[in-house]
Design a protein around this ligand. Structure first.
Ligand code: ASP
Length: 333
């Protein structure tokens, strides 16, 4: 029987066209896609799109549920799935989907492009053709990003380039695969299969914030954020292996008070690669003493999505603090 995939179009440059105000969603993407794919020997596909296409810069955590829903509803009807998504927040959505969908027995391949499919020099066609190929590969049973010939674990990925076609990388994990003349898969890295058992979750956009530490940051600035109504978790992007300005005792006090109030504070590194080793320096171990949790080598995107996910599951702050550093879907060591 011919293999069949479902393409879910959520928005992004891949389906946009130029206008006087800049790129905006193109009319009749379905016809354009059919025209561009004509003549290639590909699996059969159906295309569905979100009611309102999103420039992924506008994406909110609750859109993760809107994206997960058509996949879970159609899970048994297809051999694999392609999610077309804007590049700006693709790594956040890929991370969130990996937690929401959790175990799976089919590939979910996210892709997009830096240049619209309708433009002459587009990278979209290459990304699409590679994604078709990967979406029916029986060895892949996880949420991946396929971009510029790279197959990356979704929750390990980050957008590293705003202009070049190799826009994504996974600095703390080898690529899961590379598509050149042939497909080379790093089989030993791929997650094993499990039955899909997703939870219908809703996400509260005010529940989690991300804050980057910088030289001279004031306790009062951090305090304002930690007092936001509804805030339950903070991703703190610290220096190097997870260090903070530890001689700023007012700053440390503000963070400690928040932890005592039940806010989960997760320490991730501002560095692209490496991760957090919180007890290496006195300027990091102070965070262990006041109850800040190490985000290990997670990307900011994965830590953010994981914290949202655990909060949506209704876990208590103490349980979340324990679960944050334990990999759920290969997002950390
Ligand atoms: N702003 C676009 C988006 O993320 C950029 C892109 O798709 O490359 O939707």
């Amino acid at each position: 029987m011919q293999q069949r995939i479902l393409i879910l179009h959520t928005g992004g440059t891949i389906g946009m066209e130029a206008s006087a105000d800049g790129y905006r969603p193109a009319q009749n993407f379905s016809a354009l896609l059919a025209e561009k794919l004509r003549g290639y020997a590909l699996p059969a596909y159906d295309l569905v799109q979100l009611d309102m296409l999103i420039d992924s810069a506008d994406l909110c955590p609750n859109d993760w549920s809107r994206i997960a829903c058509p996949l879970t509803e159609q899970w048994n009807n297809y051999d694999g799935f392609i999610v077309l998504h804007g590049t700006d927040t693709m790594a956040y959505t890929a991370s969130a989907l990996s937690f929401i969908l959790h175990e799976m027995d089919k590939p979910v391949i996210m892709t997009g492009s830096q240049i619209p499919l309708g433009s002459a020099s587009t990278d979209a066609l290459n990304n699409l053709l590679n994604s078709f190929f990967l979406a029916v590969n029986p060895d892949i049973k996880e949420v991946c990003i396929c971009f510029d010939g790279r197959l990356l674990r979704g929750n390990r990925s980050t957008k590293v380039n705003s202009m070049n076609l190799d826009a994504f990388d996974s600095p703390n994990l080898l690529w899961l695969g590379e598509i050149g003349v042939d497909l080379h898969l790093n089989n030993q890295l791929l997650l094993s299969a499990g039955p899909l058992n997703p939870r219908a979750l809703t996400f509260d956009p005010s529940a989690v914030a991300i804050l980057t530490i910088f030289p001279g940051i004031q306790a009062s600035m951090v305090e304002q954020i930690l007092k936001i109504d509804g805030l339950k978790g903070l991703i703190l992007r610290n220096y190097g292996v997870g260090n903070v300005p530890s001689r700023n005792s007012a700053l440390i006090q503000v963070i400690e008070d928040a932890v005592k109030r039940g806010i989960v504070v997760v320490n991730v590194s501002q560095c692209l690669a490496g991760g957090v080793f919180q007890d290496t320096y006195a300027s990091g171990s102070i965070l262990s003493r006041i109850g800040v949790t190490s985000g290990c080598d997670m990307t900011t995107e994965a830590a953010f999505a994981k914290l949202h996910y655990l909060l949506s599951c209704g876990e208590s702050a103490d349980v979340i603090r324990n679960k944050i550093s334990v990999p759920l879907r290969g997002e950390s060591i």
